[in-house]
Every structure is written in C-alpha cells, then in structure tokens.
Design a protein around this ligand. Structure first.
Ligand SMILES: CC(C)(COP(=O)(O)OP(=O)(O)OC[C@H]1O[C@@H](n2cnc3c(N)ncnc32)[C@H](O)[C@@H]1OP(=O)(O)O)[C@@H](O)C(=O)NCCC(=O)NCCS
Length: 166
C-alpha cells in the first residue's frame, strides 16, 4: 500500500482529460461543486476553507482529491477522488462535474484514471461509491465503469462496488 501524501502530488493524464492537484486559482470556478461533510460552499471563501480541509485530509493520508482538466481547453471541469477508507486498503470514490461539462464522457474518463491509480498505485483491495437511488446519471456512470450494486442503505442511498477490485 502506498498511501498519500506522495513526494509529488500525482498527475494522471488521459487523451481528453488530466487529473491534477487543485490550485488556489481554481477555487473561484469550483464554488458550486465544492462540498465538505455534505455541505455546499456558496462563497469563494467557503470553497477555499473546504479546500484547506481537503488538503489536510490528503496530508493525513485519508483522501486524494483531483481537479479534472479538459485537455483541449485547459479548463477545470469537475473534481473526483477517494474520500474515505484508504487506511483500510479501500477507497470511496466521489465525483462531481460543473453543469456545462456534463454529457461529454469526461467523468467516465476521469474515473477510469482514478480507478487505475487506486488499484495499481495505492494498492486498494476494494473501491466503492455511494449515491442516492434516484441519481440516474451517477448510477449509469458507475455501471458503465463496471460497478455493481451491493447494498441498499438508509435515506434512499445505494452502495456500488467495482466488480474487478475483488
Ligand atoms: C454523476 C455525474 C458526474 C455524471 O455526469 P455525466 O456527464 O453523465 O458523466 P460522463 O462525463 O461520464 O458523461 C456521460 C455522458 O456523456 C456521453 N458520452 C459522450 N461521449 C462519451 C464517451 N466517450 N464515453 C462515455 N460517455 C460519453 C454519454 O452518452 C453520457 O451521456 P447521457 O447521460 O446523455 O447518456 C454528474 O451527473 C454529476 O456531477 N452529478 C452530481 C454529483 C454526483 O451525483 N456524483 C456521483 C457520486 S457517486
């Protein structure tokens, strides 16, 4: 197992997108998709405070959070990462796109890079994701990536697990 933090923050490159560290100059663009403990930021100050907490979680070895860059435009389109479970050799994947970047296949590519990193670099034994039963787009994304539903959870949530990670 190779848990965060790393000597250099991992940058993962694909054909259409790149996953990289989030920079202070990204924060303004990410306000509407900045969340911490399920609370959404509404100001740039709140989003920056959340990013500080996320950076601390990374330094503590508990998470890794990437910005997703569209290679063609160099614009930040969303975020994804592992947010829980790393100390047990497991990873809860989470992700969110800015509205104007939905429907383009960006998150499918981003999650593939994150999954490859989780399995082959961190050494995760299990990768899972939680969403709500009615979140069709998230469920379609997870199924496209090879996740299967393994549990119905309270509050209308469902847990999906990557098949190949077992
Ligand atoms: C979940 C979420 C990231 C999915 O976004 P998305 O745009 O549907 O996912 P992708 O970027 O992979 O794009 C897939 C769409 O692009 C299309 N697409 C185009 N080219 C594609 C390609 N090369 N590969 C895959 N899909 C492609 C697909 O057909 C699909 O469109 P459709 O939904 O109209 O069928 C987005 O809805 C979101 O941010 N939701 C809020 C946060 C959330 O729910 N997170 C999930 C937590 S588990």
């Amino acid at each position: 197992m190779k848990l965060p933090p790393y000597d250099n923050f991992p940058t993962l490159s694909g054909d259409k997108i790149t996953l990289r560290q989030i920079l202070p100059t990204d924060i303004q663009d990410l306000i509407e998709i900045s969340f911490y403990d399920a609370i959404q930021a509404t100001t740039v100050e709140q989003a920056a405070e959340m990013q500080d907490k996320i950076n601390q979680d990374y330094r503590d070895g508990n998470s890794i959070h990437w910005g997703i860059i569209e290679n063609a435009t160099n614009r930040i389109s969303g975020t994804c990462g592992y947010y829980r479970g790393l100390e047990k050799g497991e990873g809860e994947l989470g992700c969110v796109l800015l509205p104007q970047f939905k429907g383009l296949g960006i998150m499918t590519d981003a999650m593939r890079l994150a999954i490859d990193f989780g399995l082959n670099h961190i050494g995760l034994k299990r990768i899972w994701a939680v969403t709500t039963r009615k979140n069709d787009k998230a469920i379609q994304l997870l199924e496209r990536l090879g996740f299967i539903k393994i549990a119905d959870l309270p509050d209308d949530e469902v847990e999906y697990e990557l098949k190949t990670a077992r």
